[in-house]
Design a protein. Structure first.
Length: 368
C-alpha cells in the first residue's frame, strides 16, 4: 500500500462520534482535576523526536499548574511497558502516566491489562484502522524508515539496504535502538528484510536478520544505539531511523556536519506509533488532559513541526489548518511512493521473529 492510497483512505474515513468521547463540559472538569493532581509523568520522549520538546513546552504553557516529569527519554517501547509493570504499586515519580509505543506494543499492553481506555474529543477524526475500538490505544503519528548519513565522512551515500554490506561502509552503520526491544530498530530490520526478498511478517524478520548478519560479518555493523551525536562524532556515520528523527537531527546539527537523509529505493516501510494511558497512572486526569492536548489541532501541528505526519493530518489539511510552510518543509511526496504500511499482524509476526532470533542470527548485542 502506498502512502498516497493510505492517505486517501484515511481521509475518506469518517466515524460516528464514539460513546465516551469527551465533551466540552467534560474537558472543563478534566482540566480542573488534572490541575489538582499537579503532575504528569512521561517516558521515552526525546525532545528531538517529532518535536516532542516543543510539544511538551506547549502543554506546559497551556497548563502551567501541571509539572511534567520526564523519565528516560531514550527508552524503547519494551522499556516503557516494563516501567508500567515495575511500578504497578508505585504512585511515585518513577511510575509513567502515559506511553508512546510502536503499533505492535499497543495490543500487547492491552492484553496484559497495562493500559486503560479513554476517548479524546477528536476521536471521530482518528482513522479507525489506527486505533483500538474501545479506546485503549490510538495512533499518534507516522513516518518511514530512512538512512541518515554524515556526508563529511561518507562520500557515496547508500541507496539500498543491500548497499550497507559494501566495504566502503566499514564500521559505519548502526540501528537507532536495540532490535530486541526498540520498535524503531525492529521496523528497520523489517524494512531490510523486505528489501532482501521477504514478505512482511515472519519472512521479513528472518530475511532482515540475515541481511544484518551480512552487514555485521562485513565489519560494517556498529553495535551501539545510533543517535544524532554518534552520526556527528563519526562513531556511526550511517544510522537507520524514522525519517522524522533524521530530519530533526539534520536540522539540529545545522550543517556541522552536513547530514543527508536518504529514503531507500527498496524496503520503504511506514510505521505508526500509538499513545496510551497506564492502567496504574498516578495522575490519571493529567494523563487524559495530555491526550486531549496531543490530539487537538495544536498538538497535532506540534508533531508536524518535527516532520512527523500526525494521525489527523488529512483532517487538518481538509480544514485548511496546516500552514503552507509546514507542508513545504516535508520531503517530496515522490520519495514515499513505494512506502508500505504493514498490518498489525505482520508487525507482530516480524517483531516475534526479530526479538527472539536476533542474538542467534546476527549475534551483535546493541548497547548504549
Amino acid at each position: 500500500m502506498t502512502i498516497q492510497s493510505t492517505a486517501a483512505g484515511l481521509a475518506a474515513l469518517t466515524l460516528l462520534a464514539a460513546p465516551g468521547a469527551a465533551s466540552a463540559q467534560d474537558l472543563a472538569a478534566l482540566e480542573a482535576a488534572a490541575k489538582a493532581e499537579g503532575m504528569l509523568t512521561t517516558i521515552a520522549l526525546p525532545h528531538d523526536w517529532c518535536n516532542y520538546g516543543g510539544v511538551i513546552e506547549g502543554f506546559k504553557a497551556k497548563y502551567p499548574e501541571i509539572k511534567v516529569n520526564e523519565l528516560n527519554p531514550d527508552a524503547g517501547s519494551a522499556d516503557e511497558l516494563e516501567a508500567i509493570r515495575a511500578n504497578k504499586d508505585n504512585k511515585g515519580p518513577q511510575a509513567p502516566d502515559v506511553i508512546d509505543v510502536g503499533l505492535s506494543f499497543g495490543p500487547q499492553a492491552k492484553a496484559e491489562g497495562m493500559i486503560q481506555p479513554y476517548k479524546v474529543a477528536t476521536w471521530d477524526s482518528i482513522p479507525d484502522d489506527a486505533k483500538d475500538a474501545d479506546g485503549y490505544w490510538y495512533g499518534d503519528y507516522y513516518g518511514v524508515m530512512a538512512f541518515g548519513v554524515n556526508s563529511d565522512l561518507i562520500d557515496s551515500v547508500p541507496k539500498t539496504w543491500k548497499d550497507l554490506t559494501k566495504p566502503e561502509y566499514a564500521n559505519a552503520f548502526a540501528l537507532a535502538g536495540d532490535p530486541r526491544a526498540s520498535a524503531q530498530a525492529i521496523i528497520s530490520v523489517m524494512a531490510a528484510g523486505i528489501a532482501n526478498g521477504g514478505e512482511p511478517g515472519e519472512a521479513s524478520g528472518q530475511k532482515g536478520m540475515e541481511l544484518m548478519a551480512e552487514v555485521n560479518k562485513a565489519g560494517n555493523f556498529v553495535p551501539v544505539i545510533g543517535k544524532s551525536a554518534t552520526i556527528a562524532q563519526g562513531a556511526t556515520p550511517i544510522v537507520t531511523a524514522w525519517d522524522y528523527n533524521l530530519l530533526s537531527w539534520r536540522d539540529g546539527l545545522n550543517g556541522n556536519p552536513p547530514v543527508e537523509v536518504v529514503i531507500p529505493e527498496d524496503g520503504v516501510v511506514a510505521g505508526v506509533y500509538v499513545q496510551a494511558i497506564s492502567a496504574y497512572a498516578p495522575h490519571p486526569n493529567a494523563a487524559k488532559l495530555w491526550m486531549e492536548y496531543l490530539y487537538s489541532d495544536e498538538g497535532q501541528l506540534g508533531w508536524l513541526k518535527g516532520y512527523c505526519h500526525p494521525i489527523r493530518f488529512n483532517d487538518l489539511v481538509a480544514q485548511g489548518k496546516v500552514p503552507q510552510e509546514l507542508l513545504d518543509a516535508l520531503p517530496p511526496a515522490a520519495a514515499y511512493e513505494k512506502a508500505i504500511f504493514p498490518t498489525l499482524e505482520q508487525q507482530e509476526a516480524n517483531k516475534k521473529v526479530v526479538t527472539e532470533g536476533w542474538d542467534g542470527v546476527v549475534g551483535a548485542a546493541v548497547k548504549e
